[in-house]
Design a protein around this ligand. Structure first.
Ligand code: UD1
Length: 419
């Protein structure tokens, strides 16, 4: 199994370009199932999760063409089955995103229940209930969500919990429903807005995406389009923390700074000088140790749960004590015992981490348990004395494009070891 070996202690300096957003590209690729015309998506990041979704579309019979300029063209007119098998869904929960498009366009879907995962039970009840409100008939049999429908009918859906992929699934399905659908308590994440923009390019009538109320006027048919996905705000945030934690100075190119306002605010509170342009961000923490910052995660525009683990690493070496409360997911502190093995002083109580910053961490073999936890262990390794070996890095490859190459470009001593 591949591992990353990091020799800590190097401050990061230089410039890198941020890749396309994982959480935007996955729903957009799923949306290609809403039309039998070709859809071409640009700025595709080279990630395992993208490969998984492409395999899923391919297994269902879609014709998928991958171009070396990192664009993907999908033609769903050749679909032969409507099944997302357990083997693929268990490796990527976001496979659930094909449920809405399949049932709305083809009137049937057979999608494995994602089940539990490392960061909690993560149910999909809101996806199912919402589709039922749109008129789909749904049974859960043998671990599969079996959905059938004639044409879906618009409805007013109030979601109990703000769910990102739930909002996306229902928004996609509603595009082909008869009449008007209103999604209340919708997720406001930039990736929801990006998906809406792509759907509008396909001919959908969507208003309010990016707010908590989205209104969709259904149409009988969507057409093909070309769409460029937005940059990955979590990758950007992770690299900014990498520079802050090592006392470095970096510039990120190809990023929308306003999408990471909450992260930038916390980094400024930690003592970083940050300058933003239209599509770049520069962070300067040269020679300084970060100050501890309290964090509470919440849906967008609040502080993202996907940046919680990285800030746990920052606080672990910061000056002072801090509290991190995880309010979106249960059980999202799997990185904490590993960081403590590197010398961090973190105590967990339920969904809160109490951290006392230490001057230095010590390199150790550590194990990644989920995507963002893995990234946080790499960050910890960048400041630790000596060598840190991060195992199970397939988690990182799910969501970070060439992380070791980009970090090495910024001066980190990091390399990938294959057995
Ligand atoms: C998406 C992101 C993930 C991010 C998360 C929260 C993608 C592909 N993934 O995941 O990176 O960490 O948003 O920002 O975009 N819930 C229910 N019932 C449901 C659905 C969700 O109770 O039917 C709960 C979940 O257990 C969780 C909360 O709602 O506690 C938010 O989860 P959700 O927004 O759905 O996360 P994902 O869409 O899976």
């Amino acid at each position: 199994m591949n591992r990353l070996l990091i020799n800590g202690g190097k401050a990061l300096h230089g410039k890198i370009r941020i890749s396309g957003s994982k959480n935007a590209v996955l729903p957009i690729l799923a949306a290609t199932l809403l039309t039998t015309d070709e859809v071409t998506v640009y700025n595709i990041p080279h990630l395992h999760d993208v490969t998984t979704l492409v395999s899923l579309l391919g297994e269902m019979g879609a014709r998928v063409t991958v171009d070396e300029r990192m664009s993907i063209t999908v033609d769903s007119s050749t679909l032969v089955t409507f099944k997302a098998p357990y083997e693929l869904v268990k490796t990527m929960r976001a496979s659930i995103l094909v449920l809405g498009p399949l049932v709305a366009h083809f009137g049937q879907a057979n999608v494995s229940l994602p089940g539990g995962c490392a960061i909690g039970s993560r149910p999909v009840d809101m996806h199912i209930r919402g589709l039922e409100q749109l008129g789909a008939r749904i049974n859960v049999e043998n671990g599969y969500i079996c959905a059938t429908a004639d044409r879906l009918k618009g409805a007013c859906i109030v979601m109990d919990t703000t769910t990102v992929t739930g909002t996306e699934n229902l928004m996609m399905a509603a595009c082909l429903a008869e009449g008007t659908t209103t999604l209340e308590n919708a997720a406001r994440e930039p990736e929801v807005l990006d998906l809406a923009k792509c759907l509008i390019g396909m001919g959908a009538d969507i208003k309010g995406a990016g707010t908590d109320t989205i209104t969709i006027e259904g149409t009988e048919r969507l057409s093909g389009t070309e769409y460029r996905v937005l940059p990955d705000r979590i990758e950007a945030g992770t690299f900014l923390v990498a520079a802050a934690i090592t006392g470095g100075r970096i510039r990120l190119k190809g990023i929308c700074p306003e999408m990471i306002d909450a992260v930038i605010a916390k980094l400024r509170e930690a003592g970083a000088d940050i300058t933003c342009g239209q599509d770049w961000v520069e962070l300067d923490m040269e020679g300084r140790r970060p100050m501890a910052v309290d964090i509470k995660t919440s849906p967008y525009p609040g502080f993202p749960t996907d940046m919680q683990a990285q800030f746990t690493a920052l606080n672990a070496v910061a000056e002072g004590a801090s509290t991190i409360s995880e309010a979106v997911f249960e059980n999202r502190f799997m990185h904490v015992p590993e960081m403590n093995r590197m010398g961090a002083v973190i105590r967990l109580e339920g969904n809160t981490a109490f951290i006392r910053g230490v001057r230095r961490l010590v390199g150790a073999p550590v194990m990644a348990t989920d995507l963002r936890a893995s990234a946080s262990l790499v960050l910890a390794g960048l400041v630790a004395d000596g060598e840190t070996g991060v195992d199970r890095i397939y988690h990182i490859d799910r969501g970070y494009e060439c992380i070791e190459e980009k970090l090495a470009q910024l001066g980190a001593d990091i390399r990938r070891i294959s057995p």
